[in-house]
Write a protein that binds this ligand. Structure first.
Ligand code: SF4
Length: 183
């Protein structure tokens, strides 16, 4: 088999939904469908690390973007991506096509067009206002922290690689993105 000389970088939970916040992993087959499409088209898949799992583990609560927007988390996101930025550079300089980075819309970390934000945090047992604080959580049209750091790194290195957002709640929309990058 000839090598395709085409690769794509996938946010971690597209290939491994076990790192998602417990309760969030829905088995609607999107991850499997995306992977099948990529395999059928002989696209090499590079799995990015899951920053939330690496920093906060499997027992973390669901967060909003402002909770992860700390110098430490940003620094770690940047550090985690650097080895992948080096791989991208090497692929491109050897004539390979890096088709894109696939993020996860809605995630405070890996969102591309959409992330979640709100006045959320603090000690649950010290307040009876948690429901009204939870009600402030909403989706906004911004990137998550990891994707912001990925974009900054690529921009600083003057590397042009598109970043796409997969929508785990919309199978057809997600497949359409994959078909678009395969054209
Ligand atoms: S969206 Fe990103 S941070 Fe969240 S589970 Fe997936 S890879 Fe991890």
């Amino acid at each position: 088999m000839e090598r395709s000389k085409k690769v794509v970088l996938l946010c971690h939970c597209i290939l491994n939904s076990n790192t998602k916040v417990e309760g969030l992993a829905k088995n609607n087959g999107i991850g499997k469908g995306i992977v099948n499409l990529l395999i059928e088209n002989e696209i090499g898949m590079i799995q990015l690390p899951c920053p939330e799992f690496m920093c906060y583990g499997l027992k973390r609560w669901g967060h909003v973007k402002s909770q992860f927007d700390t110098p430490h988390f940003r620094k770690n996101c940047k550090m985690m991506f650097e080895p992948y930025a080096d791989q991208i550079t090497d692929y491109i300089s050897n004539g390979y096509e890096v088709l894109g980075v696939m993020g996860i819309n809605g995630s405070p970390t890996c969102g591309v067009e959409r992330t979640c934000q709100g006045d959320w945090g603090g000690e649950w047992t010290s307040t009876d206002e948690w429901q009204s604080r939870l009600d402030t959580v909403e989706y906004i049209d911004e990137m998550g922290i990891f994707i912001e750091e990925i974009k900054k790194t690529l921009d600083d290195m003057k590397i042009k690689v598109p970043i796409y957002g997969i929508n785990f709640s919309n199978v057809e929309e997600s497949y359409e993105i994959i078909r678009k990058i395969l054209k």
